[in-house]
Design a protein around this ligand. Structure first.
Ligand SMILES: [Zn+2]
Length: 289
């Protein structure tokens, strides 16, 4: 036989359900981003000083690395891009060898190198064992040789990049119709500019950034974004003072295409502020002025 319900049971259930729904709504996190009380992202002009860096915890013991990850010198905000060119003589004073690389002679500025060691220790603690550094500091001369190598290459034959950058009509008129099989220097430079950084325009000259690869990748390319470690880095790199330097949604501002493999050291505080606001280095440096 069915038991008869108490006349108070239904209103009680209704009240309980409403309370539960309200509690859940109030407790739902807002997506992790830095939000204003209205739930909108902070305005560009909000003082960045108001953003507080949360406590960080790690699976590995990284106390000895704290002073590096949390370094606060303004020099770690140096901006180098196609418009902000670094001089021939610019060279980080104190460079040390990078540990997590199979290559010889890979160096970084000391603080960035130590913070990177901490990031690698924590990556391993989270099960990411097949990541390594493939490139770090590059001198002006190295960049000059690389760039000139590509210019010479474009001067030797008409490549598909040349057709893409200069156009078939231009190439026919100036070259192929006259029996020329390679570009002159000016045109070769225009083509090389589309894929190779001119000396002095690469952030790698600062010794503050690295390119990462996994052991199953055959070349440095966008496939890095398909590995779980990329998602981990998106959420955690700031804790070690690093930021993704060329995000997918900032190509117009950075002037570089998406580079999921390239991480830049700025120190934890700046890294967290950039992460929580979703801004790239160009936007961040501008917001500080
Ligand atoms: Zn790079």
């Amino acid at each position: 036989m069915r038991r008869k319900n108490s006349p108070f049971l239904i209103p009680l259930i209704v009240v309980a359900v409403i309370t539960l729904i309200l509690t859940v709504i109030l407790l739902i996190p807002d997506g992790g981003g830095e939000k204003t009380p209205e739930g909108k992202p902070p305005e560009k002009n909000d003082p960045v000083t108001e953003i507080k860096v949360p406590e960080v915890t790690f699976k590995s013991s990284l106390e000895e690395y704290e002073k590096y990850m949390n370094a606060k010198d303004e020099k770690y905000l140096v901006l180098v891009n196609k418009e902000h060119i670094v001089g021939v003589d610019f060279e980080p004073a104190d460079r040390i060898d990078v540990k997590d690389t199979p290559k010889n002679g890979i160096t970084l500025e000391r603080t960035a190198a130590k913070a990177l060691e901490a990031m690698f220790a924590e990556m391993r603690a989270n099960g990411f064992n097949n990541v390594f550094v493939t490139s770090a500091y590059r001198s002006y001369d190295y960049q000059k040789d690389t760039y000139n190598g590509w210019v010479n290459y474009e001067m030797q034959s008409i490549t598909s990049d040349a057709r893409k950058v200069l156009g078939d009509g231009y190439i026919y008129e100036k070259y192929t119709s006259k029996g020329k099989s390679g570009l002159d220097r000016t045109d070769a430079e225009r083509v090389a500019d589309s894929y190779s950084a001119r000396p002095g325009t690469s952030e790698h000259q600062t010794g503050l950034c690295v390119d990462l690869m996994t052991s199953t990748m055959s070349a440095l390319d966008e496939s890095f974004a398909d590995y779980p470690v990329y998602d981990w880095l998106l959420e955690n790199a700031w804790k070690f003072g690093f930021v993704l330097r060329f995000p997918e949604d900032k190509t117009e501002i950075t002037g570089y295409s998406f580079e999921p493999w390239h991480y830049r050291f700025v120190g934890r505080e700046h890294a967290y502020k950039m992460y929580s606001r979703g801004v790239c280095l160009e936007e961040y440096v501008k917001s500080l002025k």
